[in-house]
Design a protein around this ligand. Structure first.
Ligand SMILES: Nc1nc2c(ncn2[C@@H]2O[C@H](COP(=O)(O)OP(=O)(O)OP(=O)(O)O)[C@@H](O)[C@H]2O)c(=O)[nH]1
Length: 453
């Protein structure tokens, strides 16, 4: 079969052909096929002779607007015009003029037309220009009308809904070959990402490229996990856009299509205020107010993690427990504020002489703990000793101008998966015993694993 299709009864009689219509592998006649297709789509058809102004509508065309064709007779181009919504008529005329003038490839518009019941129906109008095969070269514009009111209403409802929702709503698609894209995003992408919805539909990386590089792998991993488990995707991540950085939260439900595609329908909201508050609270809950070091709660958490990690990967770590000597006497002699100043200075000394990877916490009044990952006992002892010398050589001045020195005692223990697998409680207790041994044997000294230094 060629690429020219003879049209239905009336059209064939007029000897018309449609350019570029595909009719390959057809066993049925084109007339039967076309009729079946049109009936299947529920489309009304119209044919308009541009030379004689003759107009032919099918029965369905009239039915779409609640009439029988007989009730609309005699039909003309004006029949259509008179039923068009006045505000949409110009748009339809423009689309037609553009098509006939060669400005657009197809004639297509969605306009409102008046139904017999007084309601406006959204009609999708499409048309194609045909020329007769004979010498007359008569030009016919032929096309269809489809009632798309329901789709238009849903679209409108979704649009209105998306405007009043506090976030972006979207449909995200992951193809079996790994390609991904948005098949729908609401206009709020502009408020959230500074990108227009069309840009996000064109290329999803217009959004993904704005995600904070530290959070992007987590976002990808969580999507992959949700695709695998088909569990709800929930992810909090930072976005860098509009010259600032803020927290967003995405929530969506995945569905797996028979063709293997995964489709998520969901919403993204801005959680920047809550998230920062949450982070601030979290920070406060693990920080010692006086010194700015971590507190006991955080040290216990880090110890649990270190033991778990050590058991899993066979790593080692050391712990130094430090306690200021005769601190009560410092308070009593020079006053509580001076005692506070000593603690703050001591915290600074520890912080400045330990590594970034170490965790330093004030775990009690004048007690501090240093957790040193991947550090053996001897090395930890050396650090403790350097701190002992540093504090000992520090000169403190009271509010009254009296100068005094301060010392501490320390216990040092090591945790190693090969030698012992002490639980956190036992480890702390071993460290305390070493510390008490240091206190008992005269203070201003370090005891490692219960042995005097
Ligand atoms: N200035 C100040 N003092 C505190 C703070 N927290 C606890 N203290 C005091 O620290 C002192 C600790 O005294 P003790 O437990 O008897 O120990 P010590 O006097 O250091 O004696 P040894 O540890 O045996 O050398 C107490 O007087 C507490 O009131 C604080 O935040 N600031």
């Amino acid at each position: 079969m060629g690429k020219e299709l003879q049209l239905g009864e009336q059209s064939t009689q007029r000897g018309l052909t449609v350019k570029d219509s595909v009719t390959e592998h057809m066993e049925l006649t084109p007339e039967i096929l076309l009729k079946a297709i049109l009936e299947g789509t529920g489309a009304g058809t119209w044919e308009w002779n541009l030379d004689t102004q003759e107009v032919i509508y099918n029965e369905r065309w009239a039915q779409l607007l609640g009439y029988s064709l007989a009730e609309l007779e005699p039909v003309s181009f004006q029949t259509w015009e008179s039923l068009c919504h006045p505000s949409d008529l110009q748009e339809a005329r423009n689309a037609l003029a553009s098509y006939l003038g060669g400005g657009s490839q197809k004639f297509e518009c969605v306009i409102r037309m008046l139904h017999r019941d007084g309601d406006w129906r959204w009609i999708h109008t499409r048309g194609t220009l045909l020329t007769s095969q004979d010498d007359s070269g008569t030009r016919w514009l032929m096309g269809t009308h489809l009632d798309v009111t329901r789709e238009k209403m849903s679209e409108h409802q979704l649009e209105q809904l998306s405007k009043s929702l506090p976030g972006i709503i979207y449909t995200f698609v992951l193809e079996p070959d790994g390609r991904y894209y948005f098949s729908y995003v609401s206009e709020k992408t502009w408020d959230f990402y500074g990108a227009r919805a069309e840009e996000c539909l064109d290329d999803p990386d217009n959004i993904f490229s704005l995600i904070h590089p530290e959070d992007l792998p987590r976002v990808h991993e969580s999507i992959a996990r949700s695709a695998e488990t088909l569990e709800e995707w929930v992810c909090e991540y930072r976005v860098r856009a509009r010259g600032t950085c803020y927290w967003l939260k995405g929530v969506s439900r995945p569905e797996k299509e028979p063709d293997g595609r995964i489709i998520w329908h969901g919403m993204t909201i801005n959680i920047d205020i809550q998230k920062n508050l949450e982070l601030e609270l979290e920070q406060l809950s693990i920080t010692d107010e006086l010194t700015g070091l971590y507190n006991r709660r955080y040290m216990l958490r880090k110890l649990q993690e270190s033991v778990a990690e050590g058991e899993r990967y066979g790593a080692t770590f050391s712990l130094i427990s430090l306690d200021v000597d005769f601190f009560k006497a410092i308070n009593d002699s020079y006053g509580h504020p001076t005692g506070d100043a000593v603690l703050i200075r001591f915290a600074d000394i520890i912080a400045s002489r330990t590594r970034k990877s170490d965790t330093v916490a004030r775990t009690g009044g004048e007690e501090f703990i240093i957790l040193m990952p991947k550090t053996g006992l001897a090395e930890a002892e050396q650090v403790a000793e350097s701190l002992r010398l540093a504090l000992q050589s520090e000169r403190f001045v009271s509010d009254e101008g009296e100068t005094f020195t301060v010392t501490f005692s320390a216990g040092v223990v090591n945790w190693s998966a090969e030698e012992q697998t002490l639980a956190v409680r036992d480890l702390l207790s071993a460290c305390d015993q070493a510390l008490y041994a240091a206190k008992r044997s005269g203070r201003n000294r370090i005891v490692a694993n219960g042995n005097d230094d």
